[in-house]
Design a protein around this ligand. Structure first.
Ligand SMILES: CC(C)(COP(=O)(O)OP(=O)(O)OC[C@H]1O[C@@H](n2cnc3c(N)ncnc32)[C@H](O)[C@@H]1OP(=O)(O)O)[C@@H](O)C(=O)NCCC(=O)NCCS
Length: 194
């Protein structure tokens, strides 16, 4: 279920983000700052503090309540957040689409966690949110992220010039999508905030 805790490997679980993740998110983002900086928007120093994360989480949780987004963290054995996964811009009606974003703590990268989490989130998006497609964008040279997406069944459908402001400039992006199903639009979706 969308609000359940899912074990990804012996050490790491995927679970919905909560307000109490602010401190561990600030710590994980701080130690991963240099590693992530080529792939991320420039952030003010306040973003890397517990208070900055508390403010960010307030927006994330409000979006979840409103059914606009769903956010998970990777949680270690001590339940500290060591990565983040978001389905943003959830749109229903005939589009039934969402945009996927993710990061993994530098200390946990390269062991298959992003691939396992993205596969699981796509299953939840199809079976519980009843979405038709999930979209994700990467910088042209983000080979690791592209590899995650292609392993999870995403296909590139566009190459967009100056798409997003990343690492200090407007950068070209590859856009990928995974079509989750081609069935009819039936029933109400599970509410992310339920
Ligand atoms: C992208 C990211 C989430 C991947 O997380 P992860 O848990 O390390 O990913 P996985 O271990 O599941 O898979 C990574 C794949 O990329 C490959 N890879 C990693 N770095 C690579 C590199 N520099 N060149 C080529 N392949 C690379 C790995 O070998 C693996 O592929 P494989 O299974 O075929 O060997 C992580 O690197 C990250 O957080 N990066 C910074 C933020 C970011 O880029 N977010 C995505 C924005 S679109």
């Amino acid at each position: 279920m969308i609000n359940d805790i899912h074990r990804l490997d012996p050490e790491i679980r995927l679970r919905p983000v909560t307000e109490s993740d602010a401190a561990s998110l600030a710590a994980a983002l701080t130690r991963s700052r240099t590693y992530m900086s080529p792939w991320e928007p420039r952030r003010p120093d306040a973003f890397y503090t517990e208070q900055g994360q508390r403010e960010r989480l307030a927006g994330i949780l409000a979006d979840r309540e409103a059914g606009r987004a769903m956010s998970w963290v990777l949680a270690d054995e001590d339940d500290r957040a060591v990565g983040g996964f978001n389905l943003n811009a959830i749109v229903l009606g005939p589009f039934r689409s969402a945009t996927l974003g993710y990061w993994v703590d530098v200390e946990y990268a390269g062991r298959g966690l992003a691939t396992t989490a993205v596969r699981l989130i796509c299953d939840l998006a199809r079976d519980e949110l009843r979405l038709h497609r999930v979209e994700a964008g990467t910088l042209l040279h983000n080979v690791a992220s592209r590899r995650v997406l292609t392993k999870c069944g995403f296909e590139q459908f566009a190459l967009v010039p100056r798409y997003m402001h990343i690492d200090g400039d407007w950068r070209d992006h590859r856009l990928f999508q995974r079509v989750l199903h081609d069935g009819p639009v039936t029933g109400a979706p599970a509410a992310p905030g339920a």
